[in-house]
Design a protein around this ligand. Structure first.
Ligand code: FUC
Length: 770
């Protein structure tokens, strides 16, 4: 870059960077900021309103907004159930119980998987590009994302004129808004146009409006069945707007506002008859009636309604004045506790931006994807990743952001009922390790990853958690049929293993780990039994609360009692499989720690209630090691927090928040980018400060030495409590617990316990004494 200031800045490092923090541009504590434009996608800044996403690059001469709409996926409605599977199930089971695992895996892989073998991918819309005239020397360049307002800002001075860009994705007006200003009249000129890898055509619609019409891609032989439309309207103050063949040029304006609307013809997984043109026209007509300040104010108010519910303070240092990418490079120096706050709040920001009522749930990349063929299709991997996305939601006071996941489970209960019937001859519904926009539920990719029938059952855990956190009985009435259907599938498909006559899943696998039998396929992996113990308990509890299905309840309870138990192996570890295989597995450091589901997110293994199992889980964690892919690292933080070892959890957080696992824009690096690590990391930070499983609200259960003094406000605990905590010198100062349902409350700080029924709406303050 021909920019002497920037070169000096890079050369002088810290000092120059500090000097760049100008008095008129303070870096708010919840701001990500950079001294240069993004050079690649994982440096660009994410915006989203749940449905519409943008990655903002902030180039001086070329602005690029890479856009997503969350229903733009490949393919169309399809039903990939394999009609041969059912007849082959007995033979697959026979092979597994005869110890012929590799043969079972081969049979399954060759003949029992979904057709097609892969699911559909999430696709980019393309880019909105803005080309600005060549600039002279650029001074005071700054690019930032303010998490508190959900606005990205770019500013710089060129030729004595200060230029600014503000960009946001409004959940209120359902458009992306780009506002451009210049400090002197008539100085703003640019040309804008679409660029897309999709099959699309660009036309000028009305004066100042540019339309991209397209159809989605074919995949795996499933033809693209979606139409989509992206439409930008340019409004300029002063100057002129000229329509070119496939672009619009603004010349000598004072300021300009671009409104961007995108929609597809997706209505639901079975219906693609929507009219995207009608939708975007309506959205632009409505948003176009409002001036920029009004659009901005409505956007900020709606964002802050959710975002501002939680505040976290872990102490502030001078390191906060550095650009965010430099802070990530230096986090392990231990001088920047506030970066953990930024990471936590970035997680909450990403959830608000990628999952709002009415949108699709957050996928492997949340909402943000610049490719037609992203890693793992940017789908919903439900053997950990999608569940992890929602771990921070309830404790992080973003309960309504889980709604898209609930809607997806409702869809899966329909498509998965077909899979249950056709492929297993069973009642209820089943989903395997992945799903997509079309809610495919069969086993995919390969037997060793895909033939795992417990994905839907795990998702159901989120239904029960929502009830535990909110106490919402009408929600439970909606959730119960989904839980019952998931349970029924297993009532019909669990089988007796020959040695102990325990009930187990078969064939199944412990996500995606190969055991020493030369395969992943096995019977009764520990994780399945843990998930089923939860699913069955939740279904029983819900049926009691709702006073329904007494006979079924009994049957579920009898089945639950016969599930294979948790076992401790010869190394003192929690066994991952029915057999004591852990130390002979091919990869004893495997990223998945599936059998530790019982410790987190579940509470079947508890630090106090089941100390032997907790010690075994700890042993398993030690064998696995601390460093893994992004999400797997994040899971380990949560697990160590549940083991009440805050310093160990923190040391893993240091790795997660290093350049090895965090990109410059703070996106999680699997690598490649995958958003689950962001959400799992935010959850891990919460678990260090507050836990509420096992019938207690525990304050500061895993506070690391690195955070001696701080406060958190607005976290939520099971039982529908709001919790604020202050601590100093590593000790609790005071907690304020507000009961939102009037439930009994049992508080714990270390070995001190206090039980009190706080009346609904009342707050108890407690300093940790009896
Ligand atoms: C699971 C994990 C991988 C990756 C993929 C999307 O298969 O094992 O690490 O996260 O999902």
């Amino acid at each position: 870059m021909k920019n002497t200031f920037l070169r000096l800045l890079l050369g002088l490092g810290l000092l120059a960077a500090l000097a760049n923090v100008r008095a008129d541009q303070p870096a708010g504590p919840l701001t990500l900021w950079y001294a240069a434009p993004a050079t690649n996608w994982t440096s660009a800044l994410p915006l989203g309103n749940g449905r519409l996403g943008a990655m903002v690059f902030g180039g001086v001469e070329q602005e690029k907004l890479q856009l997503n709409e969350d229903t733009l996926w490949a393919g169309g409605p399809y039903a990939p159930n394999n009609t041969n599977t059912l007849a082959l199930l007995p033979e697959a089971r026979r092979l597994v119980f005869a110890g012929k695992y590799a043969e079972a895996q081969k049979l399954i892989g060759d003949q029992m998987m979904s057709r097609p073998l892969r699911q559909m991918a999430y696709e980019t819309v393309g880019d909105l590009r803005l080309a600005f005239p060549t600039s002279g020397e650029v001074l005071d360049y700054r690019r930032e994302l303010d998490l508190d307002t959900a606005v990205a800002r770019i500013s710089y001075t060129s030729g004595g004129v200060k230029f600014t860009r503000e960009v946001f994705a409004s959940p209120v007006d359902q458009v992306i808004v780009v506002h451009l200003t210049a400090s002197q009249r008539g100085q703003l000129s640019f040309t804008t146009g679409w660029k897309t890898p999709q099959k699309g055509k660009v036309t000028v619609a009305a004066p100042g409006e540019l339309v991209l019409r397209g159809v989605n891609g074919e995949m795996q032989g499933i033809p693209g069945a979606l139409k989509f439309q992206a439409r930008v309207r340019v409004v300029a103050e002063g100057g002129t707007i000229t329509s070119n063949r496939d672009s619009l040029s603004v010349a000598n304006a004072d300021s300009a506002t671009l409104l961007v609307a995108v929609a597809t013809s997706y209505k639901n997984f079975n219906d693609v008859s929507g009219d995207p043109e009608a939708v975007v026209k309506k959205q632009l007509a409505a948003a176009g009636k409002k001036r920029f300040p009004k659009l901005l104010a409505a956007h900020v108010a709606e964002h802050q309604r959710l975002f501002r519910r939680v505040t976290l303070n872990l102490g502030e240092t001078d390191a906060m004045r550095l650009p965010t990418d430099e802070r990530i490079n230096k986090f392990s120096n231990g001088q920047d506790p506030q970066l953990a706050v930024l990471y936590f709040q970035f997680g909450r920001y990403l959830l608000i931006s990628s999952s709002r009522p009415g949108s699709q749930p957050a996928n492997l990349q949340g909402l943000w994807n610049d490719s037609m063929n992203p890693p793992w299709g940017s789908k919903y991997t439900i053997n950990i990743n999608t569940e992890m996305n929602y771990w921070p939601a309830e404790p992080g006071n973003l309960s309504e952001c889980v709604e898209p996941l609930f809607a997806m489970i409702q869809d899966l209960a329909k498509t998965g009922a077909r899979t249950a019937k056709v492929m297993y001859g069973a009642r209820g519904w089943v989903a395997h390790h992945n799903t997509d926009l079309w809610r495919a539920t069969g086993p995919i990719d390969g037997a060793q990853y895909g033939f795992w029938p417990t994905g839907g059952a795990w998702l159901c855990q989120q239904l029960w958690e929502h009830y535990l956190f909110t106490g919402d009985e009408s929600f439970l009435a909606r959730a119960y049929p989904l839980m019952r259907g998931a349970s029924e599938f297993f009532l019909d498909t669990l089988v007796e293993e020959p040695t102990h006559q325990w009930l187990v899943t078969c064939p199944s696998l412990s996500p995606e780990n190969a055991h020493p039998g030369g395969a992943s396929i096995c019977a009764g992996p520990t994780m399945d039994l843990e998930i089923l113990r939860d699913l069955f308990a939740n279904t029983i509890n819900a049926s009691e609360i709702l006073r329904t299905d007494a006979a079924l309840r009994k049957q579920i309870a009898a089945t639950r009692a016969r599930l294979a138990p948790l076992q401790i192996g010869h190394a003192g570890q929690l066994q991952e499989w029915l057999e004591d295989w852990d130390l002979q597995a091919k990869d004893i450091h495997h990223r998945h720690v599936s059998h530790l589901y019982g410790l987190f997110p579940s509470d079947q293994i508890d630090f106090r209630a089941t100390p032997e199992l907790a010690a075994a889980a700890k042993k398993s964690l030690e064998i696995r090691g601390d460093q893994a892919t992004g999400w797997a690292t994040a899971w380990r933080i949560n697990l160590w927090a549940r083991l009440h070892d805050g310093d160990h959890a923190f040391s893993i957080l240091e790795f997660l928040l290093s350049p090895q696992r965090t990109y410059p824009d703070m996106f999680d690096a699997h690598p490649p980018f995958q958003i689950d690590g962001n959400f799992g990391g935010a959850s891990g930070i919460t678990e260090m400060l507050l836990q509420s499983q096992a019938g207690e609200i525990e304050l500061l259960p895993a506070l690391p030495k690195a955070w001696p003094t701080g406060s958190v406000k607005g976290l939520r605990a099971r039982g529908n409590f709001n919790v604020d905590i202050d601590w100093k010198d590593g000790k609790l100062v005071s907690a304020w617990v507000t009961s939102l349902s009037g439930n009994p409350c049992r508080l714990r700080y270390g070995s001190t316990v206090h039980a009190e029924k706080i009346a609904k709406g009342k707050t108890l303050s407690w300093s940790g004494d009896k």
